[in-house]
Design a protein around this ligand. Structure first.
Ligand SMILES: Nc1nc2c(c(=O)[nH]1)N[C@H]1C(S)=C(S)[C@@H](COP(=O)(O)O)O[C@H]1N2
Ligand SMILES: [Mo]
Length: 337
């Protein structure tokens, strides 16, 4: 397998592994990845794609993250023949209204987010509720790399290599009761460190709330992410813990989660509450059901510019129909958008 690194990196050829493409030379030479076991993996990196990878800023990984990285199942899920979005775009074109409404605001402002210490509460209809320090919470789970398409309801998209663990693994441990039918997720509320929560922009009633039906939450594709591009999550991408639901519009993939509650009733979610005729609870990616103000049949794949807009057809369930269409058998997807 021959993978070329961008010129700016001067790794030895023997260091060139798929995941090393996400890591800066500094981190690699620092030995963080030394001794990493690699199975026989399919190549993400055909040479042409590899040349598009930028250098990844290594961040300051928490001790538990570095420990877990060594046993990661790399490329547990991949996207065939679609280039991974450069790290720079994935971290500088964001939606995270807690840090402002502009696409660049999260990168500019999320430095103030306090991610350590971080606690997660799991409560509601579960046999084993808990209030965990993040480093204790993640202990039982093995990290997997999942390369997923991310399709925003605003008709742009990316391909992002996440690191995380299946939400189903968490739910199996906490044991939902027979009354549990939905999972409700809550983002941190901290106006002092989240300027968007002070400004009252978009009339959002903080904290940001999202939800899934229990069977959606149990689907093997649903991921609780703690990292991306071989490193921990940057703040603007929802550090230290965020949901990734690849067959749904991006707003379902709630960031910086502090609470997960198993509940009997469908939760009232943020965007549905703001504009129910535009944003539904399901929010499944669906090229046949347009947003009232724009088509959902196509999307702009980042990086996208004036002269190379990089427009492509949107796929049913964002390309994950085989894995998830069974969840919606008999449901009118036009009504349940
Ligand atoms: N707490 C919170 N989570 C959020 C958002 C937000 O504003 N606040 N934006 C959502 C939207 S609209 C999208 S498209 C994705 C973007 O994720 P990314 O910035 O990592 O690409 O995050 C989602 N999760
Ligand atoms: Mo979005």
């Amino acid at each position: 397998m021959l993978i070329q690194l961008p010129r700016s990196s001067d790794c030895k050829l023997s260091d060139v592994t798929p995941e090393s493409l996400y890591l800066s030379r500094r981190r690699m030479l620092g030995g963080a990845m030394a001794g990493l076991a690699l199975g026989a993996l399919p190549a993400v990196g055909r040479a042409a794609d590899a040349a598009r990878y930028p250098e990844v800023e290594p961040g300051k990984p928490a001790g538990w993250f570095t420990d877990k990285l060594a046993a990661t199942r790399w490329q547990a899920v991949t996207v065939k023949d679609e280039a991974i979005t450069p790290f720079r775009d994935a971290t500088h074109y964001n939606n995270f209204y807690e840090f402002g409404p502009g696409k660049g605001d999260p990168a500019d402002n999320a430095g103030s987010l306090l991610t350590e210490p971080w606690r997660l509460v799991i409560d509601g209809e579960v046999d084993k509720p808990g209030n965990y320090a993040l480093e204790d919470f993640v202990k039982p789970y093995q990290l997997e790399e999942r390369i997923y398409r991310l399709r925003c309801v605003e008709a742009w998209s990316m391909v992002i290599p996440w690191l995380g663990f299946p939400l189903a693994d968490i739910l199996k441990r906490v044991q939902p009761t027979s009354k549990a039918r939905y999972v409700r997720f809550e983002t941190l509320r901290d106006p002092e460190h989240m300027p968007g929560q002070r400004s009252g922009f978009a009339l959002i009633d903080w904290p940001y709330i999202e939800g899934l039906r229990l069977d959606e939450a149990m689907n093997p594709l649903t991921l609780m992410a703690v990292g991306m591009y071989g490193r921990e999550l940057p703040n603007q991408n929802g550090a230290p813990l965020r949901l990734v639901v690849p067959w749904k519009y991006g707003f379902k993939s709630i960031k910086s989660i502090v609470r997960m509650s198993l509940v009997a009733e469908q939760p009232k979610t943020t965007w549905q509450g703001l504009a129910p005729e535009e944003y539904g609870f399901y929010a499944n990616v669906n090229p046949q059901v347009d947003h009232p103000r724009w088509t959902q049949a196509r999307e702009r794949r980042l990086p996208s510019g004036l002269f190379s807009p990089n427009v492509r057809d949107t796929l049913m369930f964002n390309g994950y129909a085989e894995q998830v269409s069974g969840l919606y058998a008999g449901l009118d997807l036009r009504k349940n958008y």
